[in-house]
Design a protein around this ligand. Structure first.
Ligand SMILES: C[S@@+](CC[C@H](N)C(=O)[O-])C[C@H]1O[C@@H](n2cnc3c(N)ncnc32)[C@H](O)[C@@H]1O
Length: 242
């Protein structure tokens, strides 16, 4: 197993959007580390032109939700997220998981910078559930799990399997979700990238997770509401483990 290059490159894209945010008249967040990763470009240049409203908003929302949920932060598919450097997390430990290549690049680029709290990084493929379970076993207490911009690269059955591995008593999971329509819009501007969307929250709910919070995200393209109040709409969820 190994995370495909096109998927790994989305970490660059997210960093490019956060770097671009700094050039807005009133930036919604400040990430001075993002531009450090961009020496080789944004990863998916076509997607860069599509704008990064969702990326910046979801980062801002997750920043806020982390304040409301104490505990060790386990960031799965952390990419080039610089939260331990740009935020005061009050000494909370952060464990960052991503492909070995992304972790190696991150360590190299941030080598001269000091995080504001303890950070540990583990290279793995999130689809390797034994490796993931071993990584989670190294975390004390009930973690706050984060998947930010990660689930669109897993099919629904992959999310369901991940949801089962992550379900630990007391755990909280902060994640964005996107619809099938939004996934198609994302795939259209990023050739070579397979993007999946969700049409229900069943993959979480079947593993015992309960939604405790929902924050809407801006939707790319025209918004097409579904037929029922339980339809998925792009957003950030907080879920509580069984
Ligand atoms: C869109 S980026 C988001 C990165 C970061 N969470 C952020 O918001 O800036 C998606 C990240 O998920 C990681 N990722 C996706 N699938 C993965 C997998 N199966 N195993 C490990 N990492 C994965 C990619 O390598 C990439 O860093």
């Amino acid at each position: 197993m190994g995370v495909e290059r096109a998927v790994r490159d989305t970490a660059l894209l997210a960093a490019a959007f956060r770097a671009a945010e700094a050039r807005r008249p009133r930036p919604r967040l400040t990430d001075p580390y993002a531009r450090l990763f961009l020496a080789d470009g944004p990863g998916h240049p076509g997607a860069l032109r599509a704008g990064g409203e969702q990326v910046v908003e979801r980062t801002r929302i997750v920043d806020g939700l982390l304040d409301a949920h104490p505990g060790t932060i386990v960031n799965l598919g952390a990419g080039y997220c610089a939260r331990p450097y740009r935020l005061d997390l009050a000494g909370r430990p952060v464990v960052e998981l991503d492909s070995a290549q992304v972790i190696a690049t991150k360590e190299r680029v941030l080598a001269g910078h000091t995080p504001r709290g303890p950070v540990r990084r583990i290279g793995l493929d999130l689809r390797d559930h034994d490796a993931l379970a071993r990584a989670l076993a190294t975390v004390d207490g009930a973690p706050v799990l984060v998947t930010e911009g990660v689930l669109p690269y897993l099919p629904a059955d992959g999310i369901a399997a991940l949801a089962r591995v992550l379900a630990r008593p007391g755990a909280v999971w902060l994640t964005d979700v996107v619809t099938v329509t939004s996934a198609r819009a994302m795939a259209a501007v990023a050739p070579g990238l397979t993007v999946y969307g969700l049409d229900s929250l069943t993959p979480f709910e079947d593993a015992g997770w309960t939604v405790t919070d929902y924050r809407p995200l801006p939707v790319p393209g025209p918004f097409r509401p579904g037929a029922g109040s339980r339809d998925v709409v792009d957003g950030v969820l907080a879920l509580r483990a069984p």
